[in-house]
Every structure is written in C-alpha cells, then in structure tokens.
Design a binder for this molecule. Sequence first.
Ligand SMILES: Nc1ncnc2c1ncn2[C@@H]1O[C@H](COP(=O)(O)OP(=O)(O)OP(=O)(O)O)[C@@H](O)[C@H]1O
Ligand SMILES: [Mg+2]
Length: 243
Amino acid sequence: MVNYSEAVVATGLVIRRGRVEVLHGIDVHVPSGQIVGLLGPSGSGKTTLMRTIVGAQRITAGEVRVLGRPAGERSLRSAVGYMSQSPAIYDDLTVEQNLDYFRRVLRAPRADVARVIQEVGLGEVATRMVANLSGGQRSRVSLGIALLGTPRLLVLDEPTVGLDPALRQELWELFRRLADSGATLLVSSHVMDEARRCDRLLLVRDGRIVADDTPSGLLTATGATDHDDAFLRIIAHETEAAA
Ligand SMILES: Nc1ncnc2c1ncn2[C@@H]1O[C@H](COP(=O)(O)OP(=O)(O)OP(=O)(O)O)[C@@H](O)[C@H]1O
Ligand SMILES: [Mg+2]
C-alpha cells in the first residue's frame, strides 16, 4: 500500500558527488499538504537533497519515493515543480515569453502564464526582457516556472534570497495558499527567521538530518527562544556528544 500522506520519503539515502560523500544515509519525510523548511549552513547538502528529490541527482545508495513513485520517474515530471538555486531562464526573452516557453515544455495550459505572472507579482514587467530585471525579479520568474501546471509538490531552493522583507512576506503568503489548496512545499533557506512560517523543519548539517520537528517543537526541545539559537544548541549538543 502506497502511503500518500507522505509526499517524499527518503530511506538510507547516500549521495556521492565526485569523490565526496555529501549525504550520509539520511531518512527524510515530507508530509503531504505541508510547508517543510530545509535549513542548514552553506554546503550542508540542501541543494543536493532537493536535486535528488526532483530526479536530477544520481542516487548512490538508498531510496527516494516522491508521491509514491521512485524519484525522477517520468510520470512525476508534471507533478513536481522545481526552482533551482541558479535560475535557468532565458535572458533574451521577456518574462511572458519565458513562462510560455516552459509551459509548452511542461504541456501546461496556456492560461497558466497569466495566472503565474499574477501569483509572483510580475505583472508590471511581464513584457520586459529578463536581462533587464533585478535579481529579485529574476528569481520570481524562476519561481513562476516552478508553479506552471499546478504541481502537487514544489521544491524551492532558496526562493526568497535577495528579496526585500515585503516581497518575502508576500511570497510566504503565496506558499501558504498553495499548501492550503493541497500542494506540498519543500523550501530551503538560510534565513532562520523564515523557519517560523513552516509547518515542519528539517535541519541539515554536514549531510545529516540533525532535527525534524515543528517550529515550536524545536524551540521547546532545545529551550531556545529563536530558531537560530535552536540550531546552535543542537550543534553544540552534537559536538559535546561526539567528544
Ligand atoms: N558538482 C559537485 N561536485 C562535487 N561536489 C559538489 C558538487 N556540488 C556540490 N558539491 C559539494 O556537496 C556539498 C553540499 O553542497 P550543496 O550544494 O548540496 O549544499 P547547500 O546546503 O545547498 O549549500 P548552500 O546553502 O551554499 O546552497 C558541499 O560540500 C559541496 O562542496
Ligand atoms: Mg544550495
């Protein structure tokens, strides 16, 4: 029996990139219909885990199931939206043209272009060449592409990086609406302040999951007052245990 209450289940996942083992046999659960934050220092393995979930990374050992299917399976293509950390968009096309191009590739309905432009708040620059956009606007084009076709799972790698607080707030409201309508979101971030907006948090450090809890559960478990502090306490605790 397939368990659809979990959008992503990774078991004993080992990923090697080049000669380096980046993920060391981790178990990951992403419950359906929730926003799960993937937090951890630079180089801890967030992007690697996300690439694996969307099927862009060869699995060294272990298993990853996405919406009940093996990660990367063809049938998952339209069910999973991915916003990568480095935007893969065309500079010499307008915002609209970029979205229209990708919606054709994804065989998403034509009406998605206008819907997505509105969702990510790019109406005023829709006919502008992407080369002439700000960093935050470019990353919103990239987010828009991930939203085409209304995927059931959204994997967003640092979607709010470089955005001002007002825009960040707007995007988190959009994420919440998407989750309310049944989508599952896995969102990575460096900004611990965004942790409180998630339903669950996965903290990664050196290719291992060091916490998997609700935002409030994590504060209670560590006795910390904010998530930055909670993370530092978990690291200190681990270091002590290893000594
Ligand atoms: N193409 C690659 N070949 C070999 N090693 C890589 C490659 N890409 C990343 N790595 C290594 O894998 C580890 C995890 O990288 P990853 O990009 O997953 O981290 P991250 O948590 O997403 O970091 P950041 O917050 O900076 O985006 C790092 O040690 C990195 O150097
Ligand atoms: Mg990364």
